[in-house]
Design a protein around this ligand. Structure first.
Ligand code: NAP
Length: 478
């Protein structure tokens, strides 16, 4: 049962530190019920002129005071953490994830703000002597347009907001229409903490995202979402030479070597694939296990899948919620029936759960090969194909045989051998005996090939919200 009472909490877009009035709203569905539970403001593309103008005005002062930015971002961290009791249930209601995960997402946003508040924007003195000085600065770009998907609306927005603001940019964020509310509420929490116009949040159905990218004011587009949309964003941004960072899809392999202890790895591997119901860009999406361990691994994963508690995210003890939206629910059903039609053995799950909402039983598939759609495509849901390989070269080749290259993992009793194999995998991050262990605020995150362009997080992510400027001249020494 969802406890959130949205009737008393209407949601507004934030522009220039205030409510932005809209003529229309759109429905937001609770995926645990399949029913509309709230309305979000439908900001029109025409209204973006005013929103971007406010962000541009705020930029003039915001870019100038480095010390103020640090202080304000620390205050923002405290405000976000203090609002976890308000924000987390909204996130559960619109996204579906368990309350504990939603709370973790809000606290992570606070941690990201703190980390970037304390990170220096580098200034390098190359030369400063009796003849000349030469300095390399990192300047903010201006206004940033940020577009986010529905799986981690707050985490992924904060991967953009914190470094963009720290570097001196201002920002306009557009969350997915499936999960607009928590980001709107976040902006409201931060009104009065951040100067007006520094953080603006707009929501609305298509074509609002495309209008953000095409707008003449933003100098950078930071996009997280699917590869096909990311490519369209890159094309539009190129017209205006806007800088872009693209965090896109993945089809992330896990390679389990012959010496891996199946009992020891199964639970970690399972949650690396099924956390957030598999709706994680870097979730394990295909398993290649040595043929000597694959049968035992399939059964161990099947057992874990059968025991996972799937329920409304507000229910006590829920480990997995529903899928976020109907198209994704239908897509998972389609991928599993395609696999079964092709001869896959369903070890566990393989069906929707008989209740309202978009609940699907965690599904482990055996007797699958690389020609199946569920292996070739990014499933982004609670279904995992577990395949066998004979030798390590074959595993590496099959893991790399994808247009994607986001993350991967290698699991073995011999960590050194696993690391050697990791260096052969063409992806932005490879973890040993775990998956996604490199996703940390201080490490760069980004995809190879069709998984993206550029990185977020760490000093590298901060640098991506800056432009290099050299200032040089005759000596400044007295
Ligand atoms: P999506 O369909 O690409 O949508 C992402 C965002 O882009 C939404 O806000 C969407 O709004 C907007 N959008 C759609 N068309 C646009 C256009 N032409 N121009 C600008 N914006 C546009 O992705 P999704 O289904 O929300 O998210 C799932 C995908 O995100 C998966 O592929 C997943 O792997 C990827 N992802 C990647 C990462 C990463 O860090 N690499 C992290 C999380 C998720 P509308 O719906 O209104 O169009």
């Amino acid at each position: 049962m969802t406890l959130l009472d949205t009737s008393s909490t209407p949601f507004f877009a934030t522009a220039d530190g205030r409510d932005l009035a809209t003529d229309a709203t759109f429905d937001v569905i609770n995926p645990s019920t399949g029913q509309v539970f709230a309305q979000a403001p439908a900001v029109t593309p025409e209204q973006l002129d005013g929103v971007f103008a406010a962000a541009n005005r705020a930029y003039r002062d915001w870019k100038r005071d480095d010390a103020l930015r640090r202080t304000v971002l620390l205050a923002a961290a405290a405000a976000v953490e203090g609002a976890v009791g308000e924000l987390a249930p909204i996130l559960v209601a619109e996204q579906g994830k368990p309350l504990a995960d939603a709370r973790g997402e809000i606290f992570a946003a606070g941690a990201w703000l703190r980390y970037f508040a304390e990170l220096d924007v580098p200034r390098e003195i190359i030369r400063d002597d009796a003849e000349r000085f030469e300095e390399v600065y990192r300047r903010p770009l201006g206004v940033v347009a940020a577009i986010t998907p529905w799986n981690f609306p707050i985490t992924l927005a904060m991967w953009k907001i914190a470094p963009a603001l720290r570097a001196g940019n201002t920002i306009v964020v557009k969350p997915s229409p499936y999960t607009p509310l928590t980001t709107l509420a976040l902006a409201r929490v931060l009104r009065g903490v951040l100067p007006d116009g520094v953080l603006n949040v707009v929501t609305g159905p298509d074509p609002l995202g495309a209008a953000l990218v095409a707008h003449p004011i933003p100098r950078k587009v930071s996009f997280t979402g699917s590869t096909p949309v990311g490519k369209r964003v890159a094309v539009t941004a190129a017209e205006d030479l806007k800088r872009v960072t693209l965090e896109l899809g993945g089809n992330d392999p896990a390679i389990i070597l012959r010496d891996a202890d199946v009992e020891a790895v199964a639970a970690s591997l399972f949650w690396s694939a099924f956390g957030n119901n598999g709706q994680i860009c870097l979730a394990v999406k295909r398993v290649y296990a040595h043929e000597d361990v694959q049968p035992a691994l399939v059964e161990a994963l099947g057992e874990l899948a059968r025991n996972a508690r799937v329920d409304d995210g507000m229910a006590e003890g829920a480990q997995l919620g529903p899928l976020n939206n109907k198209p994704q629910f239908e897509r998972i059903k389609g991928l599993v029936s395609d696999a079964v039609g092709g001869g896959a053995r369903v070890v566990s799950g393989g069906h929707a759960i008989d209740r309202p909402g978009y609940f699907y039983a965690p599904t482990i598939l055996d007797n699958v090969d690389d020609s199946f759609r569920v292996v070739k495509e990014e499933q982004f849901g609670p279904v995992l194909p577990v395949m066998a390989f004979r030798d390590e070269e074959e595993a590496i080749e099959r893991a790399n045989n994808s247009e994607y290259g986001l993350t991967a993992s290698v699991w073995s009793a011999d960590a050194a051998r696993a690391a050697e194999i990791a260096s052969e995998i063409d992806s932005g991050q490879v973890s040993i005996n775990g998956h996604g262990g490199g996703v940390k605020m201080h490490l760069p995150f980004g995809g190879h090939k069709w998984s993206g362009l550029g990185v977020e997080n760490g000093p590298w992510g901060l640098a991506s919200f800056t432009e290099i400027q050299v200032i040089s001249g005759p000596s400044r020494l007295p």
